[in-house]
Write a protein that binds this ligand. Structure first.
Ligand SMILES: C[S@@+](CC[C@H](N)C(=O)[O-])C[C@H]1O[C@@H](n2cnc3c(N)ncnc32)[C@H](O)[C@@H]1O
Length: 293
């Protein structure tokens, strides 16, 4: 059933007014509601760069951007030298550092916001497929940056609308990331929907590509069957090994992942179980002969 227009209009008006005022107050979730699931196989007319270098990272992390002149190959002629009118050299804005942590399917951004002060020297990126949810996180981060201007907080986190099942290598170079979070991914219970799960042999190869050796994939879910699925697929992948429970529990980011994601909070309210598993990207994976041949 299509939604009454006035409701949709109200939401659009609210968001437009918030943005017109420079987003200084925290956005209200009710104006960013969207269907719970987006089909990762539909054509979402997503914008993505042909290579990570062609991505406009500076607009996501403006406080880490510097202007770099574009090298020009044309030679200066005598007449140009004598005019005395210097043409300003064209410049591009580049980041002083790269994104190193990705939150796949970041939802409403709870983990990003909790990680910002804990990893102050690291650029963290949330990737989210749903438009309104991405806009909510974008507006949330903008407001938090304004409200914490003096402390210079929240400048190291950003969100991007993306379908991570399709375009990960367009955004990240080989070995660029040192942490990937996959928190409470959509369970897709029915067997015919399992291909929509965000963990699979093929997708794990993409995670292995963008993670540097020693980098960690963090997973958490309240669905036991999905936990088994994720553990099974990462354990079976030659590029990953499971991190021991001792090491897992000594990692302070695990507690943050358990308690700060929106889904994690919901599971706590319902006294549900949270299943955690971490996987390390191996330095030198041993590929079975039939795979590497
Ligand atoms: C159950 S929510 C969990 C949100 C958040 N990680 C948390 O723990 O609160 C799963 C999120 O993944 C997003 N998602 C699903 N498939 C995706 C894809 N292929 N690319 C990016 N985001 C995706 C959904 O839109 C949804 O917001």
């Amino acid at each position: 059933m299509s939604e009454p227009k006035n409701k949709r209009q109200k939401r659009e008006d609210y968001r437009a007014a918030l943005r017109a005022n420079g987003v200084t107050e925290l956005p209200r979730k009710k104006f960013y509601r969207q269907r719970a699931h987006a089909n990762p196989f539909s054509d979402h007319s997503l914008i993505y760069p042909p290579t990570p270098e062609q991505m406009d990272w500076a607009s996501l992390y403006p406080h880490y951007a510097v202007e770099e002149p574009i090298e020009q190959k044309t030679e200066t002629t005598e007449s140009e030298e004598s005019t005395g009118q210097e043409l300003s050299a064209p410049a591009i804005r580049k980041l002083t550092k790269q994104v190193e942590v990705a939150d796949i399917g970041c939802g409403f951004g709870g983990l990003l916001i909790a990680l910002a002060p804990v990893l102050p020297e690291t650029l963290v990126l949330g990737l989210e497929i749903r438009v309104s949810v991405t806009q909510f996180v974008e507006d949330r981060i903008k407001a938090l940056r304004v409200q914490n201007e003096e402390q210079k907080l929240y400048r190291n986190i950003a969100v991007l609308r993306a379908n991570t099942m399709k375009f990960m290598p367009n955004f990240f170079n080989k070995g660029q990331l040192n942490k990937i979070f996959i928190c409470f991914p959509d369970p897709h219970f029915k067997a015919r929907k399992h291909k929509q799960r965000i963990v699979s042999t093929t997708l794990n190869s993409e995670y292995a590509y963008v993670l540097r050796p020693g980098g960690i994939v963090y997973t958490i879910t309240d669905v036991p069957d999905l936990h088994e699925w994720m553990v099974g697929h990462f354990n079976a992948h030659p590029a990953f090994e499971r991190v021991s429970v001792e090491e897992q529990e000594a990692d302070p980011l695990v507690e943050i992942m358990r308690n700060e994601t929106e889904e994690g909070k919901k599971v706590t309210r319902h006294n549900g179980q949270k299943h955690v598993a971490l996987f390390r990207r191996l330095e030198d994976p041993q590929w079975p002969e039939d795979v590497s041949a």
